[in-house]
Design a protein around this ligand. Structure first.
Ligand code: ZN
Length: 315
């Protein structure tokens, strides 16, 4: 730690802003943050919201993509050195902004970092380590001399994680990821309750008999609000399909074939195909519904499996 503490007080080089303070960025930031204030959004020279201070000098979309001329020093080198000594965990604990004055459209900012303090060793519920405080001072570039506009204090706790109590029995496999449950409304509840009961239900207009899917409150044919349901045979054909390769999001297997199924009753629904190689799905394939249970029994989904067509059945 003596070697690391010797860095306290070190000043690191400048990190420049990619862009001048500008109205489009201010407008977008205000929109995202829900800020509606004429000072930041009026025509003419626009004032930037003070809380945007850190925004102006952020790296690009790619990590460590700083504008030309920015320092190549690592202001976090003390943290890296602590990691080498087994203090592998980090948690941010304080972020404090201080403002000297408003920043306005057209200014170009940069900041410089100082390693401010490293605390004595502390033991917390998380583990034992050190609070490290960095201070970034922001300046506006001026021909007559750069002007300080504000500061960001950033404090992290760099620590060796406390030994977690050993679980009585280590599970052999991590718990499988859960499937996202459907959003269920008064219009769609019957469909999911039907699935739980092993029935594929289709909404039917009580006035004119038209079947409809996805479910909705009103018949698009006669505009009646009265409806009941009929149980589908579960037989259908692949009307269209996609095979999802990326992103590979758990809990799904990839590639993941997803089809628009045309039921023999005439309505169509989207579902996952099972029991088929993704490269072998064809439009027109005959399929049959099956009901599979997920999320420890909480969720039942209708899925479709290709079935062999009886030879001569269509002859
Ligand atoms: Zn109708």
């Amino acid at each position: 730690m003596n070697e690391i503490r010797a860095l306290v007080g070190k000043e690191y080089g400048r990190v420049y802003a990619w862009d001048k303070v500008n109205a489009p960025m201010i407008r977008q930031w205000c929109e995202v943050m829900g800020v509606d204030d004429a000072r930041y959004l009026s025509a003419g020279t626009v004032t930037a919201p003070p809380a945007m201070l850190q925004v102006w000098c952020m790296e690009g979309f790619t990590q460590n993509n700083y504008p030309p001329g920015s320092t190549t020093e690592n202001p976090y080198e003390a943290l890296k050195m602590m990691e080498a000594h087994g203090l592998a965990s980090v948690v941010a604990v304080n972020s404090e902004l201080t403002f000297k004055r408003d920043v306005v459209e057209g200014e170009r900012l940069y900041y410089a970092t100082r390693l401010d303090t490293i605390s004595p060793e502390k033991t917390t519920a998380l583990g034992t380590g050190f609070f490290v405080t960095l201070v970034m001072t922001f300046f506006s570039q001026k021909p007559e001399g750069d002007e300080e506009v504000g500061q960001l204090l950033f404090r992290v706790f760099k620590f060796r994680a406390a030994q977690a109590a050993a679980p009585a029995e280590k599970p052999a496999m991590p718990a499988p990821a859960k499937r996202p449950p459907p959003g269920i409304s008064d219009d769609t509840r019957f469909f999911w309750e039907g699935a739980k009961a092993g029935k594929l239900l289709i909404q039917r207009c009580k006035s004119c008999g038209t079947l409809r899917h996805p479910p909705g409150p009103v018949c698009s044919h006669c505009h009646s609000f009265d409806w009941d349901t009929v149980e589908s045979s579960g037989r259908g054909t692949v009307y269209s399909f996609v095979v999802m390769h990326y992103p590979e999001v758990p809990p799904f297997d990839h590639p993941n074939p997803i089809a628009l199924i045309e039921l023999e009753e005439g309505t169509r629904l989207i579902s996952q195909l099972v029991g088929v190689k993704p490269g072998e799905v064809r439009i027109g394939d005959a399929v049959q519904v099956e009901f599979n249970t997920f999320n420890n029994g909480e969720l039942v989904l209708p899925q479709f499996r290709p079935v062999a067509v009886t030879p001569g059945a269509s002859a």
